[in-house]
Each structure stands twice: as structure tokens, then as C-alpha cells.
Design a protein around this ligand. Structure first.
Ligand code: NAD
Length: 258
């Protein structure tokens, strides 16, 4: 995406004067959120364990990069506390049945997708409470609401994130802080593109693999674009969404309805 015009943050949008922190900002949904928030005027802290992509997105949006592995116990301590908008987005998948699921991998998934969001809330909520305004958006998944085989670590983490988000909503309400989840289905990110490549290598046409393997249960036979998820995240930060809290917003082409 080197052809994107650099954006100057804080340039008078609806989120002008707000400071946002996005985890996993180097790629996919997090990157789209960081760009969208900057376009809306927020100053953005881009957190990622990948130095190259974290710095690239920060340079693109005039934000600040923080290179840190959120699985490490002290990772969140070094991040800024003066944050008005916290987007807990970093995450990863591991596919294996429970009988074969590596325990260390399971624990790492909980650290990145549950403990790090909890620690970041602890870290940033005092500032939000002081200002009487804050937005927490947790990038969950349809797997925060439903289960699938072979995704024990991911489903457990995303269900826990849903519960954490609701507690933050209840505690934050008297302080002007909302907390919500967004719940995407299959999003066009490198991870999903790789799955399509693998299926194509195994002899399936890409269109067929997309419609009949990946999106077999999805009524809308298209991948969600990262920018569509970012648009929902942004809307949750806008004044129009001030009554929305403790909610889970599905963006899944009908997957959970099916
Ligand atoms: P992605 O792999 O494109 O991006 C994830 C980013 O998080 C990467 O830049 C990675 O370096 C970073 N990251 C991962 N572990 C980290 C760690 N320990 N510390 C710091 N950074 C770390 O993935 P994506 O598809 O954009 O996923 C973003 C979020 O959206 C995840 O929470 C994922 O569960 C969720 N989600 C994705 C999909 C999908 O289809 N892609 C669907 C539903 C939910």
C-alpha cells in the first residue's frame, strides 16, 4: 500500500483532539483502523510486535509506533496511558483439535487476546474517567459468539473478550466511557488470502474455494474488507453511537444468522 497518500493526523475531523491506541496496527484490520482514526482527526499510537509494519503505518498517518509483543507480561506497561480511544485488535489463530492443541499456544492466545486488553483497560481507563469520555472497541469475531471445531484457543479467548467488554461497559457508563465488540466474519487479510492460496494449490479454483469452502456457511459470498470493519470501529467512536455500549456488532455476511 505504498501508493497511499500520507495522512496528517489531528486535522479537524470528528475525532480531532482525541488520542487513539490500536494494537496489531501493522496489518489487516488494525492497520485499517489506525488509518481511519487518523483520517477522522485522532492522534494514533500504532502498537505491533512487527517493527517494520508498525513504523510503516505510523509514518503513513503521522502517528507514533510502539514495537512490543503483547504476549510479554510487562508489554503494556511501556505504552501511553493518556488514551481516549482504545482499540484492542491484535490477535492470531491456531487450528487444532483440543486433543492436539499445544497448551503453550493456548495460553499465548489468552495473553494476547484477553490479558493484554484487560491490562490496557487498567492502563487507560483512569485517563478516560478523568476526562469523562472514552471509547473501548474490542475486535472480537463471530467466534466470540459461536464456536467451531479445532479453534479452542481462539473461541475461548474471543468469548472471554466479549465478557470483559461487557464489564468495561457497565463500569465505564457513569464515566462517559463505552465499550463494545465488533464481530467480523471472514475478512480479506493476509491470513485469509494464505488459506485461499493453500486451497488453490490443493487443486480448487479460488472462486470455488471462497464460495464453497471458506464462505460455505456465509449467505453473502464475499469477504469482508478490513476498511468495512474499521468503519464500524469508527462509528462506535462517533457521537451518534453514544448510547451503544456492551454490544457486539456482527459484520459477517450473515454467518451468525445462518
Ligand atoms: P493480521 O494478521 O492481518 O494482523 C494482526 C496484527 O496483530 C499483525 O500486525 C501482528 O503482527 C499483530 N500481532 C499479533 N500478535 C501480536 C502480539 N503478540 N503483540 C503485538 N502484536 C501482535 O490479522 P487480522 O485479520 O487483521 O486480525 C486482527 C483481529 O481481527 C484479530 O483479533 C482477529 O482475531 C480478528 N478477526 C479477524 C478475522 C479475519 O477473517 N481476518 C475475522 C474475525 C476477527
Amino acid at each position: 500500500m505504498n501508493n497511499v497518500t500520507p495522512i496528517t493526523s489531528g486535522s479537524g475531523g470528528v475525532l480531532s483532539g482525541r488520542v487513539a491506541l490500536v494494537t496489531g496496527a501493522g496489518s489487516g484490520i488494525g492497520r485499517a483502523c489506525a488509518i481511519g482514526l487518523a483520517e477522522a482527526g485522532a492522534e494514533v499510537h500504532a502498537v505491533d510486535r512487527d517493527s517494520g509494519t508498525a513504523h510503516a503505518v505510523a509514518a503513513l498517518i503521522g502517528g507514533k509506533a510502539h514495537v512490543t509483543d503483547l504476549a510479554a507480561p510487562d508489554a503494556t506497561a511501556r505504552l501511553p496511558t493518556e488514551v481516549d480511544i482504545l482499540v484492542n485488535n491484535a490477535g492470531f489463530q491456531h487450528v487444532a483439535p483440543i486433543t492436539d492443541f499445544p497448551a503453550a499456544r493456548f495460553e499465548a492466545m489468552q495473553r494476547v487476546m484477553v490479558t493484554a486488553p484487560f491490562l490496557l483497560m487498567q492502563h487507560c481507563l483512569p485517563h478516560m474517567y478523568d476526562r469523562g469520555w472514552g471509547r473501548i472497541v474490542n475486535v472480537s469475531s463471530v467466534h466470540g459468539l459461536r464456536a467451531s471445531a479445532a479453534k479452542a484457543g481462539y473461541v475461548a479467548a474471543k468469548h472471554a473478550l466479549e465478557g470483559l467488554s461487557k464489564v468495561a461497559a457497565i463500569e465505564g457508563a457513569p464515566h462517559g466511557v463505552t465499550s463494545n465488540c465488533v464481530n467480523p466474519g471472514y475478512v480479506r487479510t493476509p491470513l485469509v488470502e494464505r488459506q485461499l492460496d493453500d486451497l488453490a494449490e490443493a487443486g480448487r479454483a479460488r472462486d470455488d474455494a471462497l464460495a464453497n469452502v471458506l464462505l460455505q456457511r456465509t449467505p453473502l459470498k464475499r469477504l469482508v474488507e478490513p476498511e468495512e470493519v474499521a468503519a464500524a470501529v469508527l462509528w462506535l467512536c462517533r457521537p451518534e453511537a453514544r448510547s451503544m455500549t456492551g454490544s457486539s456488532l456482527t459484520i459477517d455476511g450473515g454467518w451468525t444468522a445462518n
